[in-house]
Design a protein around this ligand. Structure first.
Ligand SMILES: Cc1cc2nc3c(=O)[nH]c(=O)nc-3n(C[C@H](O)[C@H](O)[C@H](O)COP(=O)(O)OP(=O)(O)OC[C@H]3O[C@@H](n4cnc5c(N)ncnc54)[C@H](O)[C@@H]3O)c2cc1C
Length: 373
């Protein structure tokens, strides 16, 4: 058994976007922080790497040198062969998560956070002054513990917080073709015809397309076949999809009873803070980290509970409503909708939502004219 005991004020489990952002913010405020991750960085991460533009406002690190693709056009595809493309200002950056997460982690280290890689959280127990955590390497005593350990959070299970309902996503890669036009290499495709409880996506990167499919169904044995079929239908591209990996995604349904209690904070995927319509969670991981940093700095966990409930949950609850409505609609119906100018504006609104120019609250008000959720 491990005998070393380390003490710190704040211990963060998991160096994804949530954990590294939190570590950076707290180290900047001169707090004593240890950030542990079971992986050795740079580590790979199954993710489309789509960073909606609104994330830039929440991040305190420049990642321009890591941008693999810039989305300036969004194509929505539905049944009956219908598709429509909206163009506008930049909507999202595409990054490789291996590099992006490594950059955030190094940024936290340079701000003064102590980083322990290859260090896996195993269990925890409450003490009079905080928490005692057992890892595969040592025991760590802390006053504040932050769970940023992702979708299958072991901290969450140890805290008896219950599962956060899950879906699954698969992704892989296809090379870009030499004759692909600049427009093609700046277009993100969202395809609602390949999965009724989710969608397929194609994100442009420097030399390849990241292709994926996600569903809110937990049991989806047909998903791989759907994915291969979707990837094989990319116009003009006959290359097989390679490097296929899959991973679960949390599915937000409604606000949880608490996000911080007894100086134990839950953030990002570990808190279930993922958009249930799009499966997007990087923005919410980083936003929850900024809110948690402020609350920990002020030693006020209610501040965290309240700001999550006020600023994130209302948006995700509306997204959950749209996700449910979307699952009730067959692809052909969405296809018919795209034929009508009046309904196409909702498609355009969806792309503005991805860019952060529109909130779910505004989208709901636009589509439901004064009706309450
Ligand atoms: C196929 C797929 C595509 C996606 N595409 C997008 C996208 O394009 N845009 C988007 O915004 N979101 C996307 N997501 C969701 C996004 O990946 C997550 O929401 C995001 O990574 C959450 O960040 P996080 O910091 O909460 O957790 P994570 O990024 O999962 O980080 C958790 C960290 O905790 C570590 N860890 C886990 N257990 C332990 C342990 N016991 N001890 C120590 N360390 C531990 C892990 O090694 C990891 O580094 C996608 C998800 C999937 C599955």
């Amino acid at each position: 058994m491990k005998t070393d005991t380390v003490k710190t004020k704040i211990l963060i489990i998991g160096a994804g976007p949530a954990g590294s952002t939190l570590a950076y913010q707290l180290a900047q405020l001169n707090h004593e922080v240890i950030l542990i991750d079971k992986a050795k960085f740079p580590r790979t991460k199954t993710c489309g790497g789509g960073i909606p533009l609104r994330t830039r406002k929440e991040l305190n690190v420049s990642y321009e040198h890591l941008i693999q693709g810039t989305v300036k056009h969004t194509t929505l595809r539905a049944g009956l062969g219908q598709e429509v493309t909206f163009s506008g200002s930049t909507m999202a950056d595409i990054v490789d998560r291996t590099d992006f997460d490594n950059c955030l982690m190094e940024h936290a280290r340079s701000a003064g956070a102590e980083i322990l890689e290859n260090t896996e959280f195993l269990s925890m127990e409450r003490t009079q002054t905080g928490w005692k955590v057992t890892t595969n390497k040592q025991t760590i005593q802390c006053e504040v513990l932050a769970a940023c350990d992702g979708v299958l959070s072991r901290v969450r299970r140890s805290a008896g917080k219950g599962t956060n309902a899950m879906g699954i996503a698969l992704e892989g890669y296809i090379p870009l073709l030499p004759n692909d036009t600049p427009k093609q290499t700046e277009t993100a495709v969202f395809d609602f015809s390949c999965e009724r409880h989710g969608y397929g996506w194609i994100f442009p990167r420097r030399t390849e397309l990241a292709v994926g499919i996600g569903t809110s169904r937990w049991s989806a044995p047909d998903l791989r076949n759907r994915f291969i079929s979707f990837a094989s239908r990319i116009p003009g591209n006959s290359s097989p999809v390679t490097r296929i990996t899959g991973a679960p995604i949390p599915r937000y349904q409604e606000p949880e009873a608490w996000y911080a209690k007894d100086n134990l904070y839950f953030l990002g995927d570990a808190a279930g803070l993922v958009d249930p319509l799009t499966g997007e969670g990087i923005y919410y991981a980083i936003k929850s980290a900024n809110l948690a940093a402020e609350a920990i700095h002020q030693n006020n966990q209610d501040l965290y509970n309240n700001t999550i409930l006020e600023s994130i949950c209302p948006e995700l609850s509306i997204a959950a409503y749209f996700a449910k409505r979307r699952a009730q609609m067959p692809a052909w119906l969405i296809g018919i909708g795209l034929r009508f100018k009046r309904l196409r504006q909702y498609g355009e609104a969806f792309t503005r939502l991805l860019a952060g120019e529109l909130s779910y609250t505004e989208l709901y008000a636009m589509t439901h004219k004064g009706r309450k959720l």
